[in-house]
Design a protein around this ligand. Structure first.
Ligand SMILES: Cc1ncc(COP(=O)(O)O)c(C=O)c1O
Length: 460
């Protein structure tokens, strides 16, 4: 039986039974009611635990506290990592490695590759051959090397927006220019705009970054959508760089389709980038991998792009252990996150709550892309923008975040203590949006929403 911080599965399930009985006696099963206490829905791991990340240079927690002060921050819900404890087997493996006190150069053992191959086979049902895989210290460095090797100098790279804010920096680090292909929001879901894309794919454009599931809006692209995109890219000689870092977080009723699985010609013209960093919370262990079956694309990345496939001794152990032992844990976290989304959706859509914010449940990721246009009208008008700019100038901050969404983000922190990511950095189509990371204990989500709701109510 798995033990975790003084508890175990049997005790957990006993607690769960009690909570379930209470809720059914009360005659309700709504997400908001479940939210009073979720108890044992997380089979054996305590994701309800408030686990402090303060004082370890956490970007999410410590940066927010440094900027706004400890008393000001209630729940930071920005950067995409997990507020849960690490998988216990990973911690143990890292502790074991640390006791061997030499950290010189090492090669990647075949067991590391086996773990990746098996994870892909067991979890996504695909064959990824060992010789197709290369290591990377993080996802972006691999992608940057591919862009450098594949695109003409200063060429264009397509981003389908709204999409992950870090892609812009990656494209410019590769020496390329961003070309945005805005998506269309139809009935609450974002759709790729292939007509617009066709017009943008010119002789200067050799790469497109696909984000699947899409950060920030959560679409898990279907095989048909991926093939339609792939057919256009193939017809124009464009390589698809498939970022699938969020692929282990898929909500009930949806499916993740790996780009390399939709057909031979798509696999031949793409490179897939993955990492355990989102899945397991390994971002600072600096380990990621990418694969392609096409040797020319691999050569372009490794030789043309000069990719450094060096590894981090701790990162590779964490990745291997997580892939070997962590499947059930990930299922549990994903289920927990899925329930958090239910809670959030029901909260936002309860009459009188969070006026000015609209939201419906996403298909995947642990990120909520909130349409806050109604709120932005109230808190980012010309006068508030003036005051915001003056305050940022006085604090010596001169950066691209001085937007209406930035101003709204500042209002939200100052008035509720909740820190979100401003939509403005996610490209065209992001006006009035804010991103909220819901991979947090349910009680933190509840505190954040109540706090934000109280602040908004005061606006009248
Ligand atoms: C879609 C996507 N790709 C890449 C990254 C960053 O990955 P890494 O830190 O491994 O470069 C993130 C981080 O949030 C992301 O959401």
């Amino acid at each position: 039986m798995k033990k975790f911080k003084g508890t175990n599965r049997r005790n957990f399930m006993k607690g769960a039974a009690g909570v379930t009985a209470l809720l059914s006696a009360a005659g309700t099963s709504s997400a908001l009611a479940m939210g009073q206490s979720r108890g044992g829905s997380s089979k054996g791991y305590d994701f309800d635990e408030i686990y402090s990340r303060i004082g370890v240079n956490s970007v999410k927690w410590d940066n927010a506290i440094r900027r706004y002060g400890k008393d000001k921050i209630t729940v930071p819900m920005g950067i995409a990592d997990l507020d849960f404890r690490q998988h216990p087997a990973v911690v143990k493996a890292l502790q074991n490695r640390a006791t061997y006190d030499n950290y010189g150069y090492e090669t990647l053992p075949s067991s590391y590759y086996d773990a990746i191959v098996n994870w892909n086979k067991d979890r996504y049902g695909i064959e990824v051959k060992r010789e197709w895989i290369r290591n990377s210290a993080a996802l972006k460095p691999g992608m940057i090397s591919s862009m450098r090797g594949l695109n003409p100098a200063k060429g264009k790279v397509i981003l389908q927006t709204p999409t992950y804010s870090g892609f812009k920096g990656a494209v410019s680090k590769a020496g390329m220019r961003v070309e945005m292909n805005p998506m269309k929001k139809i009935d609450g879901r974002w759709h790729m705009d292939l007509e617009d894309l066709a017009e943008r794919l010119d002789y200067e454009t050799k790469c497109l970054i696909l984000c699947n599931p899409n950060n920030p809006s959560g679409e898990c692209w279907t095989a048909d959508e991926l093939r339609a995109l792939g057919d256009l890219c193939i017809s124009r000689g464009v390589t698809v760089l498939a970022d699938e870092i969020h692929c282990d977080y898929v909500n009930k009723g949806h499916k993740f389709v790996p780009y390399s699985s939709i057909g031979e010609k798509y696999a031949e013209t793409s490179i897939t980038y993955r990492s355990p960093s989102k899945t397991f919370g390994h971002a600072n262990l600096k380990v990621a991998y990418f694969y392609t079956q096409n040797q020319d694309l691999m050569d372009a990345t490794m030789i043309g792009g000069g990719h450094d496939a060096g590894c981090n001794a701790f990162g590779l152990i964490a990745c291997q252990t997580a892939f070997e032992e962590g499947a059930e844990w990930v299922d549990d976290v994903a289920e927990y996150v899925d329930s958090n989304f239910d809670y959030l959706v029901e909260y936002v859509n309860t009459a009188g709550n969070l006026s000015g914010i609209e939201y419906s449940k996403p298909e995947g990721t642990y990120l909520a892309w909130l349409d806050c246009n109604g709120l932005m009208e109230k808190v980012s008008g010309p006068e508030q923008m003036r005051a915001y700019h003056d305050a940022q100038r006085d604090a010596g901050r001169r950066h691209s975040g001085l937007t209406r969404e930035g101003c709204m983000g500042e209002w939200i922190v100052q008035n509720s203590g909740v820190q979100l990511n401003s939509g403005s950095s996610y490209g065209i189509g992001s006006d009035g949006f804010m991103r909220m990371n819901v991979a947090v204990p349910l009680s933190s989500l509840k505190t954040a929403l109540d706090s934000l709701n109280t602040a908004i109510k005061k606006l009248g």
